[in-house]
Design a protein. Structure first.
Length: 148
């Protein structure tokens, strides 16, 4: 079995050529993995949300003024509640069935149930007489009188 030199040359393995695109694909794949990893770490990192709000909060000029008086009353027991402009009014309103308590002139309303009285807390910002009523029943249960 004599092998001729031409035949021996043909049996020698030729060097394997690498596809020139493969290194770029690997680099692109690595870049995508890096972006996804950074996004996941950023999404899971805890944030200090309190500092964001405090930097945008304006200073309340009324904070330095004396505290307002709080007027507490229960309706329908107290038919008329008296307060002054600037007072905080806290009304506990009970009703025989589910309804909505409203002070139409002050744009204040709150749901009420037979088992759960409504608690309306608001600032008397203007003088006047304001009717407290049950919206669905259509009945007046008291009045809030605010004087200056």
């Amino acid at each position: 079995m004599d092998a001729s030199p031409a035949r021996a040359a043909s049996l020698v393995a030729e060097p394997v050529r690498h596809n020139q695109v493969v290194p770029w694909r690997r680099l692109l794949f690595f870049a995508v993995l890096l972006v996804v990893g950074v996004s996941l770490v950023s999404a899971m990192a805890p944030r200090d949300r309190g500092s964001d709000r405090s930097s945008n909060t304006a200073v309340d000029p009324s904070a330095s003024s004396p505290a307002a008086s709080v007027v507490e009353a229960s309706l329908p027991d107290d038919k008329e509640v008296r307060a002054r402009v600037g007072d905080v009014i806290r009304l506990l309103v009970s009703a025989p069935s589910a309804d909505v308590v409203q002070l139409i002139g002050l744009a204040v309303e709150e749901p009420v149930d037979a088992d759960q009285p409504a608690e309306l807390v608001f600032v008397a910002d203007r003088a006047g007489r304001f009717r407290v009523s049950l919206r669905d029943a259509g009945e007046s249960i008291g009045t809030v009188r605010v004087t200056s």
